[in-house]
Design a binder for this molecule. Sequence first.
Ligand code: C2E
Ligand code: CA
Ligand code: CA
Length: 251
Amino acid sequence: TRHELVAYFQPQVSCVDSSVKGFEALMRWRHPILGLVSPAQFIPLAENNGQIVSMGSWMLKEACMQAIRWQEYQPPGAPLLRIAVNVSLRQFADVNLVRDVQVALESSGLHPQQLELEITEGTAMLDMQRTMDLLRQFKSMGLQLAIDDFGTGYSSLAYLKRFPLDVLKIDQSFIRQICSDKDDRAIAAAILSLAHSLQLKVIAEGVETEEQHTLLTEMGCDEIQGYLHGRPMPSDDLQVWMHEKYRHKAL
Ligand code: C2E
Ligand code: CA
Ligand code: CA
């Protein structure tokens, strides 16, 4: 099934000027009969039977390799683009993860600073000492580190402070109704304030409307990711998207 996997990429843009800061790599399964299968359907299965480990190591390589092509579409002098890759619980517990990351970086030539690993709050908090060791190791290699789906699990704030993190991603369940639900807005504001006091950048996921973008910008959010700015797309489409985005800007 491995040759049926496809990497899609979704832009992450600056709240302030909508410039592209990076992309999240999202897995798709192109099934000969079922068509494009959503990761929500196959990742829990692959996590259970262990296949996620080899799928994840494929994804790391694929994402790094594709990401190397995109920098040239940036305006001159723009900062390096990031590529964020999801790391599942099982992968995080696997002894070969560090080696897989090294191989992906070396075989692609991607700068380590361009690679961001996303681990969910649940994964990070399961075995905090192990998380600390691994994150420190990744940090010493120069990677960026993000906590995904923040707010949906339980975080030890003591550890959150000590982990060498760069980014918190606000879960989309708090973004969906952020304009109409004051409780969601309060949670997002609390996450922003916590993250910023820990010097972490905040990315809001699932931003679909201009109103959400405006509100999050007013609230001090750093970056957003969502259908408003770009859907997940295959690498070739993304190249076209980058070209269009920056050609338009130059005119
Ligand atoms: P996630 O990491 O939280 O990824 C964000 C999900 O939100 C993606 O779903 C993305 O397509 C979707 N999304 C982005 N913007 C919007 C929006 O504006 N509105 C709405 N309604 N949805 C939006 P996707 O691609 O179906 O992936 C689902 C989950 O599967 C991911 O959630 C992640 O947990 C997992 N996953 C995907 N790819 C990988 C992978 O390569 N490795 C691992 N371990 N997990 C993956
Ligand atoms: Ca993610
Ligand atoms: Ca997420």
